[in-house]
Design a protein around this ligand. Sequence first.
Ligand code: ES4
Ligand code: ZN
Length: 319
Amino acid sequence: MDLESFVAGMPKTELHVHLEGTLERDLLMRLAAENGVDVPLPEGGFTDLTSFLAQYYPAMRALVTEDDFFELAWAYLLRAAEQSVVHAELFFDPQAHTGRGVPFPDVIGGYRRAIEKAQRELGVHADLILCFLRDLSAEHAMSTLMEALPYKAWIVGVGLDSDERGNPPAKFAAVFARAREEGFLLTMHCDIDQPGSIEHIRSALLDIAVDRIDHGTNIVEDPALVDLVRERGIGLTCCPISNGFVTDDMKAAEIVQLLRAGVKVTVSSDDPAYFGGYVTENLLALARAGDLSEADLVQLQRNALEVSWLAPFRRDRLL
Ligand code: ES4
Ligand code: ZN
């Protein structure tokens, strides 16, 4: 069997995909027209995180009604089913919508309706992870957490994304401590080659005690931290194609080094509508750049299930 067919057919778990990053151009244009909003179309050409985010947030203005959020998540989940994804943990950025006057219940209600339909009709299981925008204040994050509490049953954990420069994990220590008390699992982005990446990784692990790290391949700079994540079994959700845009390197060597060291690295798609690859394409890109075997690809997917936030009865059935 060729590598494409092997990867395409392999049952997959995706742990790092932003629902707003799955907004494909056709849907964006249709929703913008239906809602009568003027939305700048993403032009691509991103060379770093800042230039990506500058096109990413304005495009979200196309999303207005509960139905729009449903359609966005449903389109992703259809694609996930086509790619043999059996479980996905989906980031969403409520503050990018509530800040424009969209009610929180419309955002989460639309997403949840799509997830329930996908479970019934596609056999794809998914959960939501609420991400705070780290370039907004800790107070804004805390009030968003409070707004989310009535929807706890629909949210498996919390994360932290957006512009990392000058926005270290410690800024959100109180928010993450409260989220932990409320029973949420914790993750946060430690994006590739950001100023302070390695200090952010150290703080996320030691001060915040995160359960996973999103990206985080800069950890190779500190062997003691590599030992720590291996011993704690902490997952790193890597996104090779995204890395190639945010820096000009997929970071295949770092991902493979961590895989060989026994760290629970996983492969996901991040913002597939912007970076041009869903999970299958990310696995293939890494396999080619890192010269991976079929056994390595299976290991990456076992890692993803092991560090997923599925309830043990569901996870063990899939492992
Ligand atoms: C993101 Cl690549 C990346 N980094 C930080 N925040 C994000 N949100 C969506 N994609
Ligand atoms: Zn991300």
